[in-house]
Design a protein around this ligand. Structure first.
Ligand code: HOZ
Length: 426
């Protein structure tokens, strides 16, 4: 297969060779119908598929590409590192530099361990919490997604919610029994569970991004901090999506609430596979080789990912975050006006450059609210936008992502496509 092969041929062949023709389920477009475009190139805010169609990209690799596709500084950093070798399986200066940037930005992190994905970060954070507390049970929130480790798949968001799976097959009942779930934003339920069961951890996406964009109610994160302190549980913030995306200190900086352990990924790898978890020096001293909690990886701290991450974080100054906030607000306003004009009930929920257009007529504070969305209508809207050259995440339960490459003009083109699409489908 070459770059000139068509989408349709690639799709047929991919379906023969890989489950659903994809490497990650949401990409199969099952929730929106049609076939996914096979992407051959991305530059700035746009991608091009195998048939030569160009799209304004609002997936941005599901978050990592905060600088846009093929940013020259990121490409130069990757290229320079690749010329010196792609992996050594030994420590590198890049790890030290990226660790220092992360620790300087996030006061709750004094030491960090790099892994290769957000899944690994969350899985390892949980193991660390269990090692530190000597407890097994963990509390997560319905619609919260922390990757696909067994212990964290109960009532998960992202692709699990998109495909309508209650939980995943293959997770041992004994593992699932240690994972308790309550509704996001339901602090009373958290108190009840934490009083009834000794919890190793409460794990939360502080701004939820895998049931669409859902914000914590006032006092919710502070409440989690209090419950954790009172009951001896550790508070884990999964900032794989929000870290370095919603502000220089992530959601914890924006909300003013510090966790015990933070999970990172996406932006810190600048588009290459990466994850990280970190916390206080005392906690991180439990991680091997300093302590008894084992965790390792051949490609952990990969030099290409470190180089791309460092180059990306260097672009994220105050002006960059102000810019991301501005274009986010511009898109939010444009979508609200477009929906109003079309007489379509929607909720546009946004934090900085993360945004979801819910086809729902009520505020979305948890998974049950998110599931009131008209997913059929979302699917039709998705296809209408795609025909107009705008690539939205193919699920009502994922956020769309903007980047520094999305200028006002690009955002206005998205809004114009939304005006026409909403008119068409009303
Ligand atoms: N877990 C990602 C969304 N939050 C989806 C990644 C993918 O399917 O590529």
């Amino acid at each position: 297969m070459t770059l000139t092969t068509s989408n349709a041929r690639l799709h047929d062949r991919a379906e023969e060779l890989m489950p659903g023709g994809v490497s990650s389920p949401v990409r199969a477009f099952r929730a929106v119908g049609g076939e996914p475009p096979f992407i051959v190139a991305g530059h700035g805010a746009r991608v091009r598929d195998a048939d030569g169609h160009e799209y304004i990209d609002l997936i941005c690799s599901w978050g990592p590409l905060i600088a846009g596709h093929a940013h020259p500084a990121v490409v130069a950093a990757i290229t320079a590192q690749a010329a010196r070798g792609t992996s050594y399986g030994l420590p590198t200066p890049g790890e030290v530099e990226l660790a220092a940037l992360i620790i300087a930005a996030l006061p709750s992190i004094e030491m960090v361990r790099f892994v290769s994905s957000g899944t690994e970060a969350a899985m390892s954070a949980l193991r660390l919490a269990r090692a530190a507390t000597g407890r097994d049970a963990v509390l997560k929130f319905a619609g919260g997604y922390h990757g696909h480790a067994d212990a964290l798949l109960a009532r998960a968001g992202s692709g699990v919610a998109t495909l309508g799976l209650p939980d995943s097959a293959g997770v041992p009942a004994s593992t699932a029994a240690n994972t308790l779930t309550v509704a996001f934003n339901d602090l009373a339920a958290v108190e009840r569970v934490a009083d009834a069961v000794p919890l190793a951890a409460i794990i939360v996406e502080p701004y939820a991004g895998n049931m669409g964009c859902v914000q914590p109610r006032a006092g919710f994160l502070e409440g989690l901090r209090r419950v954790a302190d009172r009951t001896g549980a550790l508070l884990i913030f999964d900032e794989v999506i929000t870290g370095f995306r919603v502000g220089p200190a992530g959601a914890q900086g924006r909300a003013g609430v510090g966790p015990d352990i933070t999970c990172l990924g996406k932006v810190i790898g600048g588009g290459l596979p990466v994850g990280a978890y970190g916390g206080s020096r005392a906690l991180m001293r439990l991680v091997a080789p300093l302590g008894p909690m084992y965790q390792a990886g051949t490609l952990s701290g990969n030099p290409l990912a470190m180089a791309a991450g460092i180059a990306t974080l260097r672009l994220l100054d105050d002006a960059a975050y102000a810019r991301l906030e501005d274009i986010g607000a511009r898109l939010e306003h444009g979508l609200v006006v477009a929906a109003h004009r079309a007489g379509t009930a929607v909720r546009v929920q946004r934090v900085g450059s993360l945004l979801t257009l819910f086809f729902a007529d009520r505020e979305v504070w948890d998974e049950d609210d998110a599931k009131t969305s008209d997913r059929e209508r979302f699917a039709v809207f998705h296809r209408a936008m795609l025909r107009r050259g705008v690539l939205l995440p193919p699920s009502q339960f994922e956020c769309l992502f903007l980047s520094l490459a999305h200028d006002d003009d690009t955002v206005d083109q998205v809004i114009a496509a939304a005006v026409a699409s909403l008119e068409e489908i009303r």
